[in-house]
Structures are given as C-alpha cells and as structure tokens.
Design a protein around this ligand. Structure first.
Ligand SMILES: Cc1cc2nc3c(=O)[nH]c(=O)nc-3n(C[C@H](O)[C@H](O)[C@H](O)COP(=O)(O)OP(=O)(O)OC[C@H]3O[C@@H](n4cnc5c(N)ncnc54)[C@H](O)[C@@H]3O)c2cc1C
Length: 432
C-alpha cells in the first residue's frame, strides 16, 4: 500500500495555512509540512490597505516559524518549481538573498500526499507595457513598493515647491472589488496625510484617481444596483470612474485605451484579473487557460495523491453554475473540507462527501474611516448597504475567522485587542 504521509502543503495563504494549522494540531509536525516562499504570512485581502499605508505590514504579518511551533506543523521555506509524480517528490528552487548569495541550494522533498495552494497573480492579458510599468497587489513586497512610491511621490511633489503642486495622478486598471477598495482606501490615506498636516495635502487638490474598467459597469460580478451605488460613492470622493475602457498600453507616464484615449498616470495599479502561476502548466497535471489546476468535486487532481485548492485550482461549483470564484471565502471553506478528507485518509477511512461551497455573499468596503465607512454586500441575491462600525466588523469577520482557524479564538481575541490598543498610540497611516 502506498504511503500517504507526510502531507505536504505548498502555499501558506488563506487556504493552505488554515489547512496546515488544523492538520498539524491534530496529527503533528512529523506528518504535516507547510512550504511557502515567504517567511511571513499575510492575509492577502489586506494588501490594498498595506499599499495605501493604512495598515502596517510589520504589525500585520505572522511568522510561519512561529505558527509552525504553535500549530505543530513543520515549516519549510522554499519555492515550488517542479514535481515528479512517479517518485512522489517535489522540487524547490535555489534561494538567494538580496546580494545574490545562495541561502539554500535546489532541493527535493518526498511527499505522501501533496496539496497545492499557491494562489494566483495578476493577469496582464499581454497588454503592452503593463508588466513593466504597472504595480500589482499580488504580494506584500509589491504592496509595500506601491506605498513607498506613493509616499515619495506625495512628499517630493510638494516639499520645497513654492507654487501649488500638480496633483498626483493614480490610475487603477480593473473595477472589481480590489480596484474599488484600493481607490477608496487611497482617498482615506490622503485624508490621513492631511490630518497630520503633511504638506497640507488634501484629497481634492493633491490626488487624482482614475478607475478604468473594461465592462460597462464596475463590480460587474455584483448586482447593477450595487455598481451604481459604488460609482456614486467613489465619485463623491472625487474618484473618476471610466467604464467600457479597454487599456491597450501602459507607459511610464500615461495609459492608452483601444480608442486612442490617453490617461495621464504617475502611478498605475493593475487589478484587472488573475491567473495561476505559470509553472503549474509543467507539473504534468491538467490545467486550464488561466494555468489553474483542474480538480474534481473532491478537490483531487488527476493524480489521486495530489489535491489543489484556492485560487490556483479550478473546482466545479456543486449546486451552482460553472466554477468556484477565486475568493478567500472559497479557500477558507476548502481548507475545512480538506481537513476532514485528509484526516479520514490518515485514519484509513474514506470521507464520502464532495465539496459544497456555501456562498455567504460578497462585501466591498468603500473606505473605513469613522463617519464615512461604508460597505456593500450581496447575500442570497439581496443587496444591502451598511455603514460605520457594523460595516467594519462585518468586513473584518472573514479575516477574524481566518485568524481563529489558524490560532484559535483566544489568541485571535488577544491579537485584536492588542491591535486596537496599539492603534491608539500609532499614527493612522504609515508615514515612514
Ligand atoms: C487586494 C486584494 C483584496 C482582496 N479582497 C478580497 C475580499 O475582500 N474577499 C475575498 O473573498 N477575497 C479577496 N481577495 C482574494 C483573496 O485574497 C484570494 O482569493 C485568497 O487569498 C486565495 O487564497 P489562496 O490560499 O488560494 O492563495 P493566497 O492567499 O494567495 O496564498 C498563496 C500562498 O502561496 C505562496 N506561494 C505562491 N507560489 C509559491 C511557490 N511556488 N512555492 C511556495 N509558495 C508559494 C504565497 O507566498 C502565498 O503565501 C483579495 C485579493 C487581493 C489581492
């Protein structure tokens, strides 16, 4: 009989980390391994806040080494590059430091059961110049890169100039939840600069945000009523919303669309769609056009010892239409499901149920500062709109559920309390 341990999970994001934590607590570090290319875990839906500077990554990130100790799994720092299904081995890339010195050589690792949960990255759809000039929010480093560019641009644009500075032009390509939330968050960031008196910056005079969407409305996946409401909210915050725009070229200081229209741009963020990492195509497993691994309703790939979950998998939507969307909510529920499947396997049993996604609705935060915080959602086909503390709490609930699944309810409570207290002494925005 083929061995099914160790269970090796690659990718410690919204789905993979939850699975590793649950399995580790139950079955121990000898049976459960987590591999990630980063040393710290970040909740990806927070990255637009990191980019705007309203969330400090150095307080938000959680060390995988700490989590491994607490949750009793083995953590290995490494980047998956390849797979040998016959010998049940994975290949990890050589790791270099910033100076180009080798940290680790190439390695191979045996697995009994493999779970691939490496997430997704932005899809530039072969748009000229996009990869070169646009910034994405795929990982912490990119969000931090945007934040620093924003900070430098805002201060250098104004410091030392006696005349009225020209507004900083930010273009966001993609009017889905990420683009909408980032646009709103940026106006809040500027309001915080204004609060601290930094160069007397005000959103209306010093920031010009343009949101460009290819479809005929933003938040196209949600009901039209919500799109209309979001558009009005963004416009009330001086954000220009342009729909039906297909960006064909990104240049250093401007964007061009298919009609030849030009959009000036000092900073461009690309949030127009996702794809799974390219190397998944070369693993000898079935993939789709977006490089996602095709899985069945039990989240199995064509190899019975390899599962895939989260954004990097295309899973059928049982009881729904088509395939499951790339969302943290899906990854969270898939982690709970695979925990049951793999625990049963370790006991020598079979978990008969297929994965069934429960859609609890979508939430889109249009800023969160006290007084103007607003959030829209859709639940069972009904759309609604909430504001203030209720909105913020609802928005945070998925993040809190993730923390609770990883660290338990008591530690989550302590962390939330600690962060609330820290917020009182720290600046509203990261100013350095
Ligand atoms: C700005 C932003 C806002 C979002 N807001 C929401 C929201 O409000 N609600 C919602 O439901 N969803 C939201 N999403 C989508 C959500 O973040 C993803 O659907 C979710 O994180 C997917 O989880 P995952 O576990 O599949 O992948 P991820 O959470 O992306 O984790 C993937 C992990 O794999 C690691 N990794 C990648 N490649 C390798 C490799 N080769 N080797 C080793 N490790 C690797 C990465 O370091 C990462 O830790 C948002 C996304 C973004 C970018």
């Amino acid at each position: 009989m083929e061995t099914i341990t160790p269970i090796v999970i690659v990718g410690g994001g919204a789905g993979g980390l939850e699975l590793a934590a649950k399995l580790g607590r139950k079955h121990g570090a000898e049976q459960v391994y987590l591999i990630d290319r980063e040393t710290d875990h970040i909740w990806k839906p927070s990255l637009h806040e990191v980019a705007a500077g309203t969330l400090d990554i150095h307080r938000e990130g959680l060390s995988y080494f700490m989590l491994a100790r607490d949750c009793n799994f083995t953590f290995i720092l490494g980047t998956l590059t390849g797979l040998d299904k016959d010998s049940k081995q994975i290949h990890l890339a050589e790791a270099l430091n910033e100076a180009g010195q080798q940290l680790f050589p190439k390695r191979t690792l045996n697995y009994g059961t493999l779970v691939i949960a490496v997430g997704s990255k932005s899809n530039f759809f072969n748009t000229t110049g996009a990869e070169q000039y646009a910034i994405t929010l795929d990982a912490t480093a990119q969000a931090e890169n945007f934040r620093l560019k924003l900070l430098h641009a805002l201060t250098s644009n104004v410091v030392g100039s006696s005349h009225e500075p020209k507004p900083l032009q930010i273009t966001i390509v993609g009017g889905g939840a990420t683009g909408v939330e980032l646009a709103a968050e940026l106006t809040e960031a500027i309001a915080s600069f204004h609060f601290y008196g930094v160069n007397h910056l005000t959103p209306e005079r010093h920031l010009s945000i343009t949101l460009l969407e290819g479809a005929d409305r933003i938040l196209a996946a949600l009901p039209p009523e919500l799109s209309a409401r979001a558009t009005r909210l963004l416009q009330s915050r001086h954000i220009r919303v342009c729909t039906g725009v297909r960006v064909t070229e990104v240049q250093a200081a401007q964007l061009i669309d298919s009609e030849g229209n030009v959009y000036p741009s000092d900073l461009c963020v690309w949030a127009a769609g996702i794809q799974a990492p390219l190397f998944l195509r070369d693993l000898g497993l079935e993939t789709n056009r977006m490089n996602q691994l095709m899985v069945n309703a039990r989240l199995e790939t064509m190899d019975p010892f390899i599962y895939a979950m989260g954004d990097c998998a295309q899973a059928p939507w049982m009881g729904g239409e088509g395939y499951l969307p790339a969302r943290a909510q899906v990854a969270h529920q898939q982690a709970s499901y695979l925990y049951k499947v793999l625990s049963a396997r370790l006991r020598g049993e079979h978990h008969p149920a297929e994965f069934k996604y429960k859609d609890y609705g979508s939430l889109v935060a249009v800023g969160h500062t006290k007084g103007v915080g607003s959030l829209m959602g859709v639940l069972s086909g009904k759309s609604w709109f909430v504001e203030g503390l209720v909105a913020r709490t609802m928005y945070m609930s998925l993040h809190l559920m993730h923390h609770a699944a990883v660290m338990g309810v008591m530690r989550t409570f302590s962390i939330v309390l600690g962060r609330l207290l820290l917020k009182r002494s720290a600046p509203r925005i990261k100013l350095h």
